[in-house]
Design a protein around this ligand. Structure first.
Ligand code: BTN
Length: 254
């Protein structure tokens, strides 16, 4: 483990060669032992989990699959925080690959030229009505060169885009610093954070199609961006504003 330049994120750090899932692992840590800013990294996940109950496939030892634990003193909706982590990834890839077209795809993917390079899976645990922990799991394709037939053509990695492999330790340390920075923005300067997220989200300011609760809507909607609660705000053809939480909608972008 190399030196981190963060103030608190990752100061409690656990590494495993193999785990079922880093998200599941940090879920099972007792309330007494879990700490704000804890990071768990595994080189290989046997049962890596993705959104919509999917599996998350990642070649052993090539990528970054890790979970972050936050214990914010807040009752806010948390989706903005997931987007804040996605933004940190976007910003860093932008620096590594200055000419790449990297952006956030609602609700929590990071894409390079319409191919997925990272996915985030956020889970919460409550004790009664209070939030015990917020877990943000990140799967970032770093050095993987080939993908299974299921995702081939729809997935990419930093190495594929850069044309050379990338050192993972550095990358993780740099990412954690940026995530910590964005976490602080989330707490103190949320409007600035939202502006940056909106600037980097696919479809911003454009007319898009929406799948709401599994149904493709006939109308198109102008995407106005993410609001403070992390909902997507759109303008209907009828001039009405609507907002949706991340559970409710999926976008039709392809
Ligand atoms: C998705 O795009 O569907 C989300 C993928 C999230 C994968 C990461 S890898 C680390 C963490 N542990 C898991 O089991 N899943 C997340």
């Amino acid at each position: 483990q190399q030196e981190l330049s963060t103030q608190w994120l990752g100061h409690s750090f656990s590494y495993f060669e193999e785990l079922e899932s880093t998200n599941s692992h940090v879920k099972n840590i007792s309330a007494e032992e879990v700490t704000h800013g804890m990071v768990c990294l595994a080189d290989d996940q046997i049962k890596g989990r993705g959104q919509y109950e999917r599996n998350w496939e990642s070649e052993s030892g090539e990528n970054l699959t890790f979970s972050l634990v936050f214990r914010p003193q807040t009752t806010d909706r948390f989706h903005v925080l997931t987007l804040a982590c996605a933004l940190a990834i976007v910003d860093y890839i932008d620096e590594l690959l200055p000419n790449s077209n990297v952006c956030i795809k609602w609700p929590n993917d990071v894409m390079i030229d319409q191919k997925k390079v990272a996915g985030l899976l956020t889970e919460t645990m409550f004790s009664g009505n209070t939030l015990d922990r917020l877990i943000i799991g990140i799967g970032l394709n770093v050095n993987q060169k080939a993908f299974s037939s299921e995702v081939s053509g729809k997935a990419t990695s930093i190495a594929i885009e850069k044309g050379q492999t990338v050192e993972r330790e550095n990358l993780l340390s740099e990412l954690l610093s940026r995530i910590e920075y964005n976490y602080n923005l989330w707490q103190r300067r949320r409007q600035d954070l939202l502006k940056s997220i909106n600037r980097n989200i696919i479809g911003y300011g454009q007319w898009i199609e929406l799948i709401v609760n599994g149904q493709l809507l006939e109308d198109t909607f102008k995407m106005l961006g993410i609001n403070k609660a992390g909902q997507l705000v759109v303008l209907g053809e009828d001039g009405e504003l609507k907002s949706f939480s991340y559970e409710q909608i999926r976008l039709v972008t392809d």
